[in-house]
Write a protein that binds this ligand. Structure first.
Ligand code: DAH
Length: 337
């Protein structure tokens, strides 16, 4: 058979064999069957040198063209196997999908931001203060007597003779008063720490939002107005408030503020311990002794202050009965907000 005919035949054969190859293994076998040193195509190429010299140039050229063509076809096929392997390894469309979770703010952060937003809408400015305080800012300047039980090791984490982890956000009042002249209308959110037995109602750290306003002629009516407005915005228009007389060293008069139990609406339930009311904050008119400590004239200025527990408000808002859940960072809990 003439060489050129053999060339045509082997071309057809290889092409059809290559087309029907379905696995990498088959592919490799086909490749070696034809292109190994003793392969069918290689052997055919060896016949070139036995051709009569006048036929050799044309035959050689045709053989080379075919060789290049087959080379290309084999490379293509090899590539298609590699692609399948990659796709097969990474993407299996028959598998159930993975659910992805969006990131969210911590429930306490959400509540804190909600509170801050309402007060900012009423003209309060947000400032921060240090978590580590001196006795002066945490107690002395706020008119705590030397022997006040809150200074006891029971409640306060002492970091040294004069350094404490702040037990409330009220020291920010003193820091602001020292730097500014009235009018000041400030909101100070932040972490506070107490050396208390940990249980479902109290934790060694929690969040407070302190608010205070000092100017000429600030009255208790202003305080009531701002707190009622806040409570209606935060808990809903129907919420009822109650101001109870209380005591804090840095306010006179002082009050604690309750809201109608949001679960039983006052009938009595486990959440409100059958009192019908839930305490949400402490407040009062800033004691003249505090003004004196910072050099404000108590004859000229008056002011109110309040401090609320963010954790407690979050517990009420979401109907949660254990404060520790906020600090355990259990993803199953956090995902629900
Ligand atoms: N600092 C108080 C506490 O942690 C809360 C408080 C009560 C803050 C009355 C105030 C206030 O600003 O006027 O228990």
């Amino acid at each position: 058979m003439a060489f050129l005919t053999k060339l045509k035949e082997i071309e057809k054969l290889i092409e059809s064999r290559l087309n029907s190859v379905s696995s990498p293994k088959e592919f490799e076998e086909l490749e070696s069957e034809y292109f190994n040193r003793k392969g069918k195509f290689s052997l055919l190429m060896k016949e070139l040198k036995d051709l009569p010299p006048d036929l050799r140039p044309e035959a050689g050229e045709k053989a080379n063209i075919l060789k290049r063509k087959l080379n290309g076809l084999f490379q293509e096929k090899a590539l298609s196997f590699r692609e399948k392997k990659v796709a097969g390894g990474l993407v299996d469309f028959s598998l159930p999908g993975h659910r992805s979770w969006e990131g969210k703010l911590h429930p306490l952060t959400q509540v804190l931001e909600g509170i801050v937003e309402i007060f900012c809408g009423m003209g309060f400015e947000v400032v921060g203060g240090p978590d580590i305080e001196t006795n002066y800012y945490n107690f002395d300047a706020l008119n705590f007597p030397r022997d006040h039980p809150a200074r006891d090791m029971q409640d306060t984490f002492y970091l040294g003779r004069d350094l404490v982890l702040r037990t409330h956000t009220s020291p920010v009042q003193v820091r602001v008063f020292e730097k500014r002249k009235p009018p000041v209308k400030i909101l100070a959110p932040g972490r506070v720490y107490r050396h208390e037995a940990i249980n479902s109602r109290s934790y060694c750290l929690f969040y407070q939002v302190e608010g205070f306003y000092v100017d000429e002629n600030v009255t208790f009516a202003d305080l009531k107005g701002i707190l009622i407005t806040f409570a209606r915005e935060f808990f809903g228009k129907e919420i009822e408030l109650r101001f109870r007389a209380s005591f804090f060293p840095f306010t006179e008069p002082s009050a604690e503020v309750d809201i109608r139990c949001i679960i039983c609406k006052g009938k009595g339930c486990g959440l409100c311990k059958h009192r019908g009311w839930l305490e949400i904050l402490g407040a009062g008119m800033i004691d003249p002794a505090v003004f004196e400590a910072v050099g404000y004239d108590p004859e000229r200025y008056s002011g109110y202050a309040f401090g609320m527990g963010v954790d407690r408000i979050a517990l009420l808002k979401y109907g949660i009965d254990d404060i520790r859940l906020f600090y355990e960072n259990d993803i199953r809990f956090l995902r629900q907000f």
